[in-house]
Design a protein around this ligand. Sequence first.
Ligand code: TPP
Ligand code: MG
Length: 320
Amino acid sequence: MSVDKNTRIDWLRQMYTGRAFEEMAEKLYALGKIHGTMHLSMGMEASAVGTIAAIKEGDYILGTHRGHTQLVAYGADLNRMMAEFMGKAAGYCRGRGGSMHIADVPGGYLGAQGIVGGNIPLSVGVGLTIRNRKTDQICVCFFGDGAANEGAFHESLNMAAIWKLPIVFVCENNQYGMSMNIKNAMAIDQISDRAASYGMPGITVDGNDVMAVYEAVGEAIKRARAGEGPSLVENNTYRWRGHSKSDANRYRTKEEIAKWMKKDPIARFQGQMIKEGVLTQAEADQIATDAKEAIESAVKFADASPEPDVSTILEGVYVE
Ligand SMILES: Cc1ncc(C[n+]2csc(CCOP(=O)(O)OP(=O)(O)O)c2C)c(N)n1
Ligand SMILES: [Mg+2]
């Protein structure tokens, strides 16, 4: 599949922006400007960007607790995103959602998800809605390897398959569910093998190769849009940081982390483009600088935004 130069440069920009957002979020957390916890996806950028590159306007995305680059790739406004992380009134959810519950429902990003696997049954509802509307929309549902061991995963894939719903299930297999390696959590080598038991196609791809992800998800989307039903795409990848902010990383070796850091999806994609002669090192450096500047400017915006007014605290509370 050939993808034009400008589109590929845009993917690189999105990956750099996702990385820069997380580097900044990590700093702001350490400074006490972001509260709660946070799950960083550094090292997994190609999975988010390659997947979202394959959707079109009007489609739906259900994100995860590790979804910052998913949001960036979706085209979230960085100012409103940063304000949300910092609990400010100008945030996407007026500062109430934060990293794990940020959503832009009008735009189609139906939300990050703090309940592991909680978005998988929701995607069945989204798929059913699309089918009832008779539009050609599709829904992409992200989740992790850990979520693929939950009952909700199995029930949802079964229902999506029997009803031929337009859903692409995207498993971001980063090899760990919290501190447990996938080898201790399942007896199969590929999560995509599970697809066959529900009667849908399943494929495992190198999740650090943005083009491979784009192609696999693109095929699955084509199928979903044509009314042929759901698919499962497994993006094999790795998170560089600990599970969350409270993780001391004691369950994996420095060597293992270093091995995966050598497979950095950004350096790899950039290196390919430079080798092909469609990008220069200077242009790549500029993209990286622009990404950092965009994030710094988002922090300025968020810093200047007021805290939500206390008088609004019950707005959006539906059960008292
Ligand atoms: C239903 C539920 N069970 C447990 C948790 C605690 N928890 C948060 S993230 C996580 C691990 C999830 O692993 P995976 O699905 O592989 O996603 P990853 O964190 O690796 O991106 C767990 C157990 C939760 N948030 N929700
Ligand atoms: Mg995982």
